[in-house]
Design a protein around this ligand. Structure first.
Ligand SMILES: N[C@@H](CCC(=O)N[C@@H](CS)C(=O)NCC(=O)O)C(=O)O
Length: 202
């Protein structure tokens, strides 16, 4: 049985969604962000030194990092969600699994933190903005005609890119990146996505 350590309003929703899509039984341990700081509670630090979510317990191991968790769960329970090794699609899969956290999240987080500096952060904003445009633009342009990344149906990369795509929409960028907006609308209409939202509610 998989146990998910789930923090509200977080990347952990990716894992809930994946588990609901696959339809395997799992447990959820809920953690609430601090209402003032928005940070994770110290209980997560007792589980792993980084104290972040998602984390899963699976086959006697604790696993961190959403891309690693998605990859491992798909490999074991939904191999059709990962392209076959040796294909071009698999190379694209690897690139985008890493892009989702390693590249797309960088300008998003910089934007969040530099905003808090007020006027002092002004010299940094043009570069951050340019990077946001470039990353969102890339995510917008590479969606396939079938409405998914990489494969003709839902894959591990769709799960990973859902998080930065949703942030783009929260930043009101639907008009600038209409294909990304359609992607987000499509995933929000999936029954498994909505079951995940219900399961994640505290
Ligand atoms: N790269 C990690 C990032 C994990 C991460 O930063 N999680 C956030 C939630 S979206 C978190 O736990 N934040 C709470 C905190 O830092 O206190 C992953 O993809 O799992």
């Amino acid at each position: 049985m998989i146990t998910l350590h789930h923090l509200n309003r977080s990347r952990s929703h990716r894992i809930l969604w994946l588990l609901e899509e696959i339809g395997i039984p799992y447990d959820v341990k809920h953690y609430a962000r601090d209402v003032k700081t928005n940070l994770a509670p110290p209980e997560l630090l007792a589980i792993h030194p980084l104290g972040k979510s998602p984390m899963v317990e699976m086959e006697g191991r604790l696993i961190t990092e959403s891309a690693a968790i998605v990859e491992l769960i798909c490999a074991k329970h939904a191999p059709q969600m990962i392209p076959k090794i040796g294909t071009d699609a698999h190379i694209q899969h690897l690139e985008l699994m890493h892009f989702a956290e390693g590249s797309a999240m960088t300008p998003i987080l910089l934007n969040l933190y530099v905003d808090r500096l007020g006027d002092a952060g002004a010299p940094l904003h043009p570069r951050i903005q340019q990077q946001l445009e470039s990353h969102y633009g890339y995510m917008n342009d590479i969606i396939g005609t079938h409405g998914h990344y990489v494969l003709n149906e839902l894959s591990a990369v769709d799960i990973m890119l859902s998080f930065p795509a949703e942030i783009a929409m929260m930043q009101s960028r639907a008009k600038d990146f209409p294909r990304l907006a359609e992607f987000v609308n499509r995933i929000h209409a999936r029954p498994a996505y909505n079951r995940a939202t219900e399961r994640g509610a505290i």
